[in-house]
Every structure is written in structure tokens, then in C-alpha cells.
Write a protein that binds this ligand. Structure first.
Ligand SMILES: *Cc1c(COP(=O)(O)O)cnc(C)c1O
Length: 413
């Protein structure tokens, strides 16, 4: 078996402390943390001068291509606490036919569906679980629309941490079964993901579970930030002009934005940033509403509904971090219809052979809308994020049957 030194070599982390994303208040590293005192996400900070000296950019090319290659910029201290199911560097796939149809040149998909458990939730949860192990957690709990719970269950089981998972009652069967199969206790709840989050909070108080909800612990962002590091490295340290990100809790968007700042401090990239486009579904678009109203915080979206379950998040604790990043980047928050999402999924699969998940479809629908509205031009370099494999979602049954014993008109097939 090929040896992956990223998992076994002792390399230092340059983590120094944590900081409240709202007030800047300082918190110690190497301790269990949830939200800050004012109830907002904590961000992990590093000695970037030290990391710069220890990790020249070119060294990365000599390390195996997985997310643990960025160890110096990740929070895990002890090598023995690293957990892995093979977090590969995900490929960037051009959608050449769809681009040509629209008269555009560079339309790329970063296909995160190839990660363990079939979604990019693996990036965040591999880090959160490694840190939970490092800090002595016995049981984790989390609310999920499906993919996060699956990743949490898999990594937790792998390191011997118990997991309790709550999902909305209408979470697709395959996700619920996958979570259970990977060793978690999973419950369907008659509510939305934030209702599930309240149950996690109550259980955490009563039973001492560690709350792994999106942005309520600091390390999922650090895992998700590797999307930004990896993207820059894959594109030879030249970030694209525009990124379309399917936005639920926003961990990935916030994480990439953080990665860009850290890479600039390290001297790995310049000051050019992509415009960040937060894509939501018309049936659940709290960030779009807040963006358009010029607000820094988003109010809860009532009666949320969309086929893109991963972005059905009525309220996000990191709302201001999403909106700040979008605005600073010169991007926008935009909503697309479920019909446009379904059409995008169908087109990418039929024409370019890439089966997107509905959330990935939302980014393609978003790009089409942005192109039509002149928010993006045809010669700009665009990266869409496909965050899960399309195989985890129900597909239309288009099969036809044949009777092997009858006469078959092969010309009609
Ligand atoms: C969780 C999820 C999202 C949203 O990601 P955030 O970073 O939490 O906004 C998008 N797509 C899929 C498939 C997901 O599972």
C-alpha cells in the first residue's frame, strides 16, 4: 500500500489561539469550545509568519494530494489524532459543452462529490472529529440535512466516539440509512434543521454531548478552508474570477474566504480575490433577502422548501460572516428556482456527463442567471462547487423494459 506521509509525519501546527468572529475576544487553543460568549462562531488563528518560514509554497507539491498536506495551517497538534478515510484533492472538471452553448470559455466544477461519504461535509467533519478526539470528547451530537450527519458518523465511529444525529423528517432515505449504517444513533424529527439543532442543544446540556452543529464548534471551518487552499494550488496560485457556492450554513464560503486571507499573509497569493456568489434556493433564501436589504444579519426564513436539501437552512449563526465575505469580494447573494436547479442537473449530466447534486445544480443555475443579467461575463474564469455526488439523490426513473423472449426491433432502440 502506498504510504501517505501526511498522516504519519510529525509536522507542527502553527495554531496560536481562537478569536470571536464578532468581537475579536481571544480564547485559548487546545481547549473545547463552542460559540463565543456573545453566541457567535470562533475562528482559529495561526502564527502565519512562523508557518511561512516552515512551509514554502513549493513544498506542497512534494506532499501526497490530500487535505492533511496543509497540516501547518490546521489545528490538530498530535499526529496520532489524525483520522482519515482518504480525503483526496478533488478534481476540477470543465463543463465545455455547457460553456460553449452559453458562449463562455472557462466554466469549471470543483467536484467535491468524490470525497469520503460522498460530500464535502467530510472536509469539515474530519477536522472536527480529529479535534474532538484530541480534546477527549466521548459523544458528539449534530443536526443535519443528511450529508453532515453521514460524515460525522463515519469519522466518529472510526475514532471510537459515539454519535447522536437528528435530521428533518423528510431527509432522503439514503442519507438516514447511511448515517445509521456508519454507526450513529439517528432520529427523524418533525421540524427543520434548526429545530433539530435545538434538540442537540438540550441534549448537550442534559447529557454532556459535544455539539458539532455548523459553526457552533470552531474546527469545521478549518477543514472546509482546505477547499480554498486546494483550489489555489490546483490553479497555480491564480484564483478564479468568480466562485459560485451553494450556501446553507455557509461554512465553505466562510472557510475559503479565510483561506484566501491566510494565503495572502503567507505570500502564496496576491490580493486578487474571486467575487463570491452565494447561491440559495428561491424557497429558502435568507441570505439573499438580507443581502438585498443591505442587512448584516438575516432573519429566519419561514416555510423553507427546495429540492436542494443541503441548502435548506432557514437561519445561520454565521450569517454576517457570509454576507461580509460576499460584499467584500464584490459578489452577490442570489436565489434560483427549483425548476432551474433540476434543469441544470439534467443539462450537466446529459451534455457534459457530470452528475451534479441539486445544490451543485443550483450553482450552475446561478451562473446562467448571472450571465444573463450581466453579473458575470463570458470570458471570466468561473468555478462552481458541486458539493456531493449526484448519486445520493433520487433520480428520475427513465428505464424501459424489454421482453427477451419476444421480437425486438433493434432499430427502434
Ligand atoms: C451542506 C451542504 C451545502 C451547504 O454547505 P454550507 O457550507 O454549510 O453552506 C451545500 N451542498 C451540499 C450537498 C451540502 O451537503
Amino acid at each position: 500500500m502506498r504510504h501517505d506521509a501526511n498522516l504519519t509525519a510529525d509536522r507542527p501546527t502553527f495554531v496560536t489561539h481562537l478569536e470571536c468572529s464578532m468581537t475579536g475576544e481571544r480564547y485559548e487553543a487546545d481547549q473545547l469550545h463552542g460559540l463565543s460568549r456573545v453566541g457567535r462562531p470562533l475562528l482559529v488563528r495561526y502564527d502565519l509568519e512562523g508557518a511561512k518560514a516552515a512551509l514554502p509554497r513549493d513544498e506542497l507539491a512534494r506532499r501526497p494530494a490530500d487535505l492533511w498536506k496543509y497540516r501547518e495551517l490546521l489545528p490538530v497538534r498530535a499526529t496520532r489524532n489524525i483520522v482519515s478515510l482518504g480525503e483526496i484533492a478533488t478534481p476540477i472538471i470543465p463543463l465545455d459543452k455547457l460553456a460553449a452553448e452559453a458562449g463562455a470559455k472557462h466554466l469549471w466544477v470543483k467536484d467535491e462529490g468524490r470525497l469520503p461519504t460522498g460530500s464535502f461535509k467530510a472536509r469539515g467533519l474530519v477536522m472536527a472529529i480529529a479535534m474532538a478526539k484530541e480534546l477527549g470528547v466521548k459523544t458528539i451530537a449534530m443536526p443535519t440535512n443528511g450529508n453532515a450527519g453521514a460524515a460525522a458518523a463515519a469519522y466518529a465511529s472510526r475514532v471510537g466516539i459515539e454519535s447522536v444525529i437528528f435530521c428533518p423528517a423528510d431527509t432522503p432515505e439514503v442519507n438516514v440509512r447511511e448515517i445509521a449504517a456508519q454507526g450513529a444513533r439517528v432520529y427523524r424529527v418533525n421540524g427543520y434543521i434548526d429545530d433539530c439543532g435545538k434538540l442537540v442543544g438540550q441534549g448537550a446540556k442534559e447529557r454532556g454531548w459535544f455539539d458539532l452543529s455548523t459553526l457552533k464548534e470552531p474546527y469545521r471551518i478549518e477543514g472546509k478552508k482546505t477547499m480554498g487552499l486546494e483550489l489555489a494550488e490546483q490553479l497555480d496560485w491564480e484564483l478564479p474570477d468568480v466562485i459560485f457556492y451553494p450556501t446553507g450554513g455557509g461554512t465553505g464560503l466562510i472557510g475559503m474566504w479565510k483561506a484566501f486571507a491566510e494565503m495572502e499573509a503567507l505570500g502564496w497569493i496576491g490580493s486578487k480575490r474571486p467575487r463570491m456568489i452565494a447561491v440559495q434556493a428561491e424557497g429558502c433564501a435568507p441570505m439573499v433577502r438580507a443581502f438585498e436589504a443591505g442587512e448584516r444579519h438575516a432573519t429566519r426564513w419561514q416555510d423553507a422548501h427546495t429540492i436542494a436539501m443541503g441548502i435548506r437552512v432557514p437561519q445561520a449563526v454565521g450569517d454576517f460572516l457570509i454576507l461580509d465575505a460576499v460584499r467584500e469580494s464584490g459578489g452577490v447573494a442570489m436565489a434560483v428556482s427549483d425548476d432551474a436547479i433540476a434543469q441544470a442537473v439534467e443539462d450537466a449530466a446529459r451534455k457534459d456527463g457530470l452528475l451534479l447534486c441539486p445544490e451543485g445544480g443550483a450553482t450552475l443555475a446561478g451562473w446562467r442567471k448571472a450571465l444573463a443579467e450581466g453579473l458575470v461575463s463570458a470570458d471570466e474564469k468561473v468555478v462552481l462547487f458541486n458539493c456531493a455526488t449526484g448519486l445520493k439523490y433520487p433520480l428520475a426513473d427513465q428505464s424501459k423494459t424489454l421482453d427477451k423472449d419476444g421480437a425486438i426491433d433493434f432499430a427502434a432502440l
